[in-house]
Write a protein that binds this ligand. Structure first.
Ligand code: GRF
Length: 210
């Protein structure tokens, strides 16, 4: 698999998205070469261990503005893309600048709606009829980088925070691997500061409702 698209996945907790990313490696022809966590006891690290994927854990230190040691690991493993999958920290600007347009994140809302935490709660409080998840490039603004793809679900009258979270997570497990594949296949591509999908300017998110 030496010619495959190499990715590094950052997690902080359960890691169900990491699990789905690992399971779809051969389907989509990418390879998880490194898993990084700011929590040495993150449950999701078990998925990496089971799949024999190298793990790097580090202690979060807000004075470390470049995450130099993390950067070193990523470069050593020659990662083409960094995927934040349930990574619950805001990356420092020095790190983001070192990997410009090479970091993506999955967020449980239809961005630009509901940046930050408690997205399902806000959907219910605002009586929204639809909800969803977004995959976007990471820049210095929280959940503010260019949106690549989204998965959309309907909100039912009897939905709760828990039922929405569960239904959406199921969609995330398809959305994130599929989006990684589109980047790995160069179907989603930056040219200077513009994002293209299949050679057309990406003006609206790609809808992936698998
Ligand atoms: C997901 O809902 C993701 O969108 C959010 O955190 C959750 C992570 O879940 N950023 P898991 O750790 O992948 O199970």
């Amino acid at each position: 698999m030496s010619n495959s698209f190499k990715i590094c996945v950052f997690i902080s907790g359960t890691g169900s998205n990491l699990d789905s990313i690992i399971k779809k490696q051969s389907l989509y022809n990418y390879e998880v070469v490194l898993v990084v966590s700011n929590k040495a006891d993150a449950k999701g690290l078990d998925y990496a261990k089971k799949a024999n994927i190298p793990i790097y854990t580090f202690k979060w230190d807000k004075k470390d503005t470049d995450l130099t040691l993390v950067q070193h690991q990523i470069k050593q493993h020659q990662c083409d893309l960094i995927v934040l999958a349930g990574f619950m920290r805001i990356l420092p600007e020095g790190f983001i600048n070192a990997f410009e347009n090479k970091i993506i994140n999955i967020h449980p809302s239809l961005l630009p709606k509901y940046k930050g935490l408690h997205t399902h709660q806000q959907v219910i409080e605002n009586k929204d009829q639809t909800h969803g998840a977004s995959v976007h490039f990471v820049n210095a603004e929280l959940d503010g980088g260019k949106i690549i793809s989204q998965s959309v679900i309907n909100v039912e009258n009897n939905d709760t925070v828990e039922s929405l979270a569960k239904r959406l997570l199921f969609r995330e497990h398809s959305l994130l691997p599929h989006t990684i594949a589109l980047i790995g296949q160069n179907r989603v591509q930056w040219q200077t500061n513009t994002l293209y999908f299949d050679h057309n300017k990406l003006t609206n998110p790609i809808i992936i409702n698998d």
